[in-house]
Design a binder for this molecule. Structure first.
Ligand code: CDP
Length: 213
């Protein structure tokens, strides 16, 4: 995408709303690099758990975040459910969040820009983003999608249990005092409850192309 300054697309929203799939596809479409910021928190949660550290220890978690190495993002279990829970536990600590700000901003301020997805991209990390999309869907739809995704991988999972996890993660991410999950005032809401992947992609490109003029 030929621009004179980096073009930044911020994608935020709750767990299992389809942000990752959408953000990755948008990055390919616009020729921008993609940063899945959830992976950073997942890696920190995983390192804490693997070392037997207390996830509520803000000082230790902050130190792990400061020392985070790109190799840590390659841990095989990071995309799983358990790592998502661990991530949301360590993501409440301001020490962890502060340690990750410079890396995320550095990614966004390099040419040609980037697509970043997370919880606080439009509110805290890139408040000046060119486009902010808040992707959401009802908890029931998100739990259904996650259950189907896991079933497709051959895992037997209970929908009610996944729904309870989705609600719990929403409550923790939205209720934390630092960088809570919420739409930026200038974010465009994209409710994917009744959209499939292609529908969500078409809606997002319409929003972005509208902003680019
Ligand atoms: O893919 P899913 O939406 O389930 O999770 P994720 O985006 O990988 O994020 C995992 C957890 O990391 C979230 O529940 C948040 O607690 C935390 N997170 C955050 O606090 N800020 C971000 N920018 C990204 C993730």
């Amino acid at each position: 995408m030929p621009t004179e300054k980096p073009f930044v697309i911020a994608i935020d929203g709750p767990a299992a709303a389809g942000k990752g799939t959408l953000a990755e596809r948008l990055a390919g479409h616009y020729g921008l690099p993609y940063l899945d910021t959830g992976l950073l928190y997942r890696a920190i949660g995983r390192l804490m758990a693997d070392r037997g550290f207390d996830l509520d220890d803000a000082v230790l978690a902050g130190q792990i975040a400061e020392a985070l190495d790109p190799e840590d993002l390659k841990h095989p279990g990071l995309r799983g459910r358990e790592s998502g829970e661990l991530a949301s536990r360590v993501a409440v600590h301001p020490s962890v969040r502060e340690a990750l700000v410079a890396f995320q901003r550095g990614y966004a301020t390099r040419m040609p820009g980037a697509v970043l997805d997370g919880r606080d991209i439009g509110t805290v990390i890139c408040p000046e983003a060119d486009v902010k999309i808040y992707v959401t869907a009802s908890p029931e739809v998100r739990a259904r999608r996650r259950t189907d995704e896991l079933a497709a991988k051959g895992r037997t999972v209970d929908y009610e249990r996944i729904l309870a996890e989705v609600r719990e993660r929403d409550a923790r991410d939205s209720g934390r005092p630092t960088a809570p999950l919420k739409p930026a005032p200038d974010a465009v809401l994209l409710d994917t409850s009744h959209l499939d992947r292609d529908g969500a992609f078409a809606a997002a490109t319409a929003i972005i192309d509208g902003r680019r003029g």
